[in-house]
Ligand binder design. Sequence first.
Ligand SMILES: [Fe+2]
Ligand SMILES: [Fe+2]
Length: 387
Amino acid sequence: MMEKVTNDISNIGVNDREITLFEGQYNVEKGMAYNSYVILDEKTVVMDTVDKRATAEWLENLSEALSGRTVDYLVIQHMEPDHGGSIMELMERFPKMTLVGNDKTFAMLKQFYDIDIEGKTLIVKEGDTLSTGAHILQFFMAPMVHWPEVMVTYDQKDKVLFSADGFGKFGTRDADEDWTCEARRYYMNICGKYGMQVQMLLKKAASLSIDIICPLHGPVLSENLGYYIGKYQIWSSYEPEDEGVLVAYASIHGNTAQAAKKMKEILEAKGAKKVAITDLCRDDIHEAVEDAFRYSHLVLAASSYDAGVFPAMENFLNKLKAKNYQKRKIGIIENGTWAPSAGRTMKAMLEGLKDIDIAEPMVTIKSAMKAENITQLETLADSMLGK
Ligand SMILES: [Fe+2]
Ligand SMILES: [Fe+2]
């Protein structure tokens, strides 16, 4: 179904309700949207294509939007296959269409496809404009948000920012859920590493007068834009969004889990504003990464394993590291029956991360939590909460 954005602009994107795993790793219980936009002016423009999972439905939407007209320009803002996946089909249908992108775009296009684009491209650079009649499209490079060829496009007439993956979320456009939670999980896991580059893009966007944001995933944003931009400011600066603690545990037989749950109770009793808890072996790992970035404090509780740390915790810490986790206070709880190794392994993995403050004491449980461990957890909670 196509969806009107302004008089001249429609979203012809597709809601993928069949997909369960996006990009081979993200659980998307509520599906995924691949947005694509048509601008009808003296010249017609398509802004990005869709994943090849959705080509047929997208082409139907496109025909409906065009009602017999041709496509003059395809603007390629991002070459990742969830957006570049239907470029070949569009070129077959409209052989005279001009491809608009930057030099990196076309290098990638030739990597993905055996294709002759000689004489079919318009190469744009930072700040270049393309007039399509009444609309003037201006291009801004957004390198490494989150691929090198990414650019965003500003329509000066309708004051629309086509923001590529920026401001996208998991879930279909019509998914009945909070924008913030799924946009945060998307941002932290997909763009999280590139906070500095996102900040640079936000600076460019701040000089534009924007009424509508058209991302490549999730709903079109047309109200209260300061809210969404504010969230992106916080997320890309790695500052905590909320005062609170995430307790993340990886437990083999349940004893470490018991200590983690006790820690949650103690933190709550001592007045922590919000305490979230996640079982790293069973809960959504990408939600755990999201919450680690969301809250100001993190508690890690893990069993020792193979003279290291239980794999679910190792996986979690590797992910945090890859996403440039920083500026947080962390408490550590380890468990081990003969030679506990989880604590020092976790500490070693946190080394090199910026502005990480490890709270004392590290709590060591030998097999199962005892009364003395509870006292240690209380001391750790006090130090976490600055008491
Ligand atoms: Fe992407
Ligand atoms: Fe995408």
